[in-house]
Design a protein around this ligand. Structure first.
Ligand code: DCP
Ligand code: CA
Ligand code: CA
Length: 367
């Protein structure tokens, strides 16, 4: 059997990079994106930060007041999370990535595995150029950079990806897996948390290499059959989990920048019509109907708003999206005084069209 070529793509400093994308003046400043708990102005935690802020010691999960203290005296910018916006950017990138792979498995908002074995004909040499090409394409189309790890399985590509960030590209061929993994601390393996790594430490297992040489029968005795066998295989770079396409996307959205800031409805609708057509293409490809239509607007002060409507019946046509987008924007413009800079359209609440025959059968079965 031919070896697999599996890629892990992980977007760089994702939430903060999205913020830089919509406001490029942030790029030369430390940027911290946080969840504000609202209790006091300062309370909350850091979601992520750009690499400049990380130089000052800012880390994900850190209390915001601590991040503020570390960045004292700099021109750091603190922003609240805007998941709607990050999701739209993420959808757009995932859509592009899926065109480059036989299967794509999205594991989080900023991470996906791609099985590209066919595309690169099993060659890691070709995978290098292929990964570089995908990076350039996404950079050109969306403006976001990411890091890629390539390996013969998910386990290796994940660890390869983590080994060099941001904008990294690390390739581990099947021959290199053992040497690559051996010196790394054992907690780099999925499933080895603080407790287990402490236990392994007391057994003299510090690195993945130590674990790979540890008697597998003893591992089973110590950690149980499932975990014991998993640890032994993982430490030896063995992982046969396929890259699995997840269930259908929960929403399909597109976002675009207007040629000029505006409050003119017709001008806005020209742009949303373009976005709608793009969404319709994807709906048709996936044979989906939707039940919700939403709009999204980024204002000139970079604040953003969204509005949505639930339809009485599922639909899949252009007219339904256009009509509802128009209504939503009409209403929205009445409620807000600011000019709009970017607009988005999103549909969700999917159902799959079933063949008529099947609908009839299930009808008879249920009566
Ligand atoms: N995130 C969060 N809280 C955390 C960790 C992450 O809200 N404790 C969010 C913000 C991140 C996103 O998830 O942008 C992705 O997480 P990553 O761990 O991949 O980190 P980044 O993408 O921010 O940075 P990196 O360049 O290290 O991948
Ligand atoms: Ca990331
Ligand atoms: Ca990630």
């Amino acid at each position: 059997m031919q070896n697999r070529v599996v890629m892990l793509v992980d977007f760089d400093y994702f939430f903060a990079q999205c913020e830089e994308l919509r406001n490029p003046t942030l790029k030369d400043k430390p940027v911290v994106v946080g969840v504000y708990s609202g209790r006091t102005e300062e309370s909350g935690a850091v979601s992520t930060s750009n690499y400049l802020a990380r130089k000052y010691g800012v880390k994900s999960g850190m209390p915001l007041f601590l991040a503020k203290r570390k960045l004292d005296g700099t021109d750091a910018v603190f922003l609240p999370v805007d998941h709607e916006y990050y999701d739209l950017i993420s959808d757009k990138i995932m859509q592009i990535l899926s065109g480059y792979a036989t299967t794509l498995e999205q594991v989080s908002v900023d991470e996906a595995y791609l099985d590209v074995t066919e595309q690169v004909e099993g060659s890691f040499e070709k995978a290098k150029g292929y990964a570089a090409k995908i990076k350039t394409d996404v950079k050109n189309k969306v403006g976001i950079s990411f890091t890629v790890g390539v390996g013969p399985n998910k386990l290796t590509s994940k660890i390869a990806c983590d080994s060099q960030k941001p904008d990294g590209l690390t390739i581990i061929t099947p021959d290199e897996v053992e040497c690559f993994l051996a010196p790394l601390p054992v907690d780099r393996l999925l499933g080895v948390g603080r407790k287990i790594s402490a236990r392994m430490d007391s057994l003299g297992i510090k690195t993945i290499g130590d674990l790979s040489k540890f008697d597998p029968q003893r591992l089973v005795a110590l950690f149980g059959k499932t975990l014991g066998i998993y640890f032994h295989n993982a430490a030896n770079g063995i992982d046969n989990e396929p890259v699995q396409e997840a269930g259908e996307a929960e929403s399909i959205g597109r976002i675009g920048t207007l040629k000029q800031n505006t409050r003119d409805l017709d001008f806005i609708l020209q742009k949303t019509d373009e976005l709608t057509d793009d969404i319709l293409k994807e709906l048709a490809e996936k044979n989906l109907s939707f039940k919700q239509v939403a709009i999204y607007a980024v204002m000139t002060d970079l604040s953003s708003k969204s509005r949505s409507i639930t339809l009485e019946q599922s639909a899949k046509d252009q007219e339904t999206i256009r009509r509802n987008v128009k209504q939503l924007f009409q209403k929205f413009l009445n409620e807000s005084q600011l000019e709009i800079r970017r607009v988005g359209v999103k549909v969700s609440g999917f159902s799959k069209e079933e063949p008529r025959q099947k609908q009839l059968t299930s009808f008879f079965q249920s009566t």
